[in-house]
Ligand binder design. Sequence first.
Ligand code: ATP
Length: 254
Amino acid sequence: MDELNYKNYRIEAENICVDYHGKVALYDANLKLKAGQICGLVGMNGAGKTTFFNALTGFVNISKGKIRINGESLRIAQQDQSIAYVPQSEGIDSQFPVSVWDVVMMGRYGSMNILRSPRESDIQAVKDAIERVDLMELSSTPIGNLSGGQRKRTFLARAIAQRASILLLDEPFAGVDIRTEKLISELFMQFKNEGKTILLSTHDMIHVREFCDLVLLINKTVVAYGETSEVFTPENITSTFGGMSPDVLFGPES
Ligand SMILES: Nc1ncnc2c1ncn2[C@@H]1O[C@H](COP(=O)(O)OP(=O)(O)OP(=O)(O)O)[C@@H](O)[C@H]1O
């Protein structure tokens, strides 16, 4: 692939492998995503989805393969804050006395000086992000007092405040009510229109069909990858889920 073409990809993972203490969690996995694309990452429990996210953020080391973000090394992406990651469950202790505002402000830390004193632009970015997830009324509430769905929206706002071009979201719809699900779906369509690149894991077939342009089916390696309309077939889903049919997995309407 020539260098110019290379630069067109926001995310490029080529034959990546990850092992934990010699046990293989992911091997020969490939992914290429451009600006404005939404890709669903689908696989059963333990298939390597979180590992894939962790490899793309540099949280775990790859033992083989290559990752390029915006045509550059992962180190540069980490420096310029171009990737925001929203994990499935957050590591922040819910008893820790931080408010919604404080958590969202953390999304600005990477672009602040060592004293972390917010500039007007940081304050505006936090305000905009909280408004977008409709949490303004709760902005001074400690995160320990929020519901699971409100907390999820808070961490999504943190990613928005970071103004990253790439969003990695581990199970963004898990445990949220219909209203939050709708709000998150609408946000994703806005992100797409803004040219952001989104990789999200989900166990929900409807979400994949509804707004994922591409789908990556994994079971420790890539089972199938491509446009959702072509790749998200009952045969491929069955192979991904160890031989179980979509009807058994998701009900007869799937
Ligand atoms: N830190 C770790 N140390 C050792 N093994 C790990 C570690 N993290 C994950 N694994 C193993 O790697 C494999 C892939 O795990 P991973 O968390 O990536 O799966 P997943 O697809 O995200 O699963 P789920 O849908 O349950 O979240 C599993 O076998 C898991 O036990």
